[in-house]
Design a protein around this ligand. Structure first.
Ligand code: IMP
Ligand code: MG
Length: 177
């Protein structure tokens, strides 16, 4: 099915390209994590579509968990202040934690989350993001698995929103307004 989008949405990565990228990431993750029963930790809400596609391609025992961070509010710019609005319920101590994120932009959210998780003493901690927007980085974040490096545009779809809209789009689109 091809979706006809309004003019303000321009497809950057169609669903077929996303699928190929997720399959490649799943292969890389399998090579490193198979047999290590990792905890895949999705960052809500943006990662929920990516996370669900990714875990279904990982054919080995693993755990899943979610945290929710708040920083962006309802606009396009981060407020800069990060807090945990939904904490994880799964213990992290001694686990091989792989954080699953939709997009790393300034890096402030993941820098905060990584500090928070390190205090809980995981056996290992790595980051997998579907999209990396390095041009806007403010806090250094080591990205171990990356789907695409993206230009400095505001992106929606495949879990990502603008003012809570567009998360349901199957393709990743540039939003211009
Ligand atoms: P940070 O600036 O790296 O802290 O990004 C925090 C979060 O903002 C990301 O995990 C996304 O959920 C969201 N975000 C960043 N850039 C975009 C974008 O282009 N579209 C939609 N959400 C974004
Ligand atoms: Mg996110």
């Amino acid at each position: 099915m091809n979706t006809k989008y309004p003019d303000k949405l321009q497809v950057l990565y169609p669903r077929q390209e996303i699928e190929v990228a997720v399959a490649r990431l799943a292969e890389e993750i399998t090579r490193e994590y198979q047999g290590h029963n990792p905890l895949l930790l999705g960052v809500l809400k943006g990662s929920f579509v990516f996370m669900s596609d990714l875990v279904r391609r990982l054919d080995f025992p693993l755990e899943t968990g979610f945290v929710q961070l708040s920083s962006y509010g309802r606009g396009k710019e981060s407020s800069g202040k990060i807090k945990i609005s939904h904490d994880l319920k799964t213990p992290v101590l001694g686990k091989n934690v792989l954080v699953v994120e939709d997009i790393v932009d300034t890096g402030n959210s993941l820098a905060f989350l990584a500090d928070y998780l390190r205090q809980k003493k995981p056996a290992s901690l790595q980051i997998c993001c579907l999209l990396d927007k390095p041009s806007r980085r403010e806090a250094p974040v080591p990205v171990h698995y990356r789907g695409f490096t993206v230009p400095d545009k505001f992106l929606v779809g495949y879990g990502m929103d603008y003012a809570e809209q567009y998360r349901n789009l199957p393709d990743i689109c540039i939003l211009s307004e």
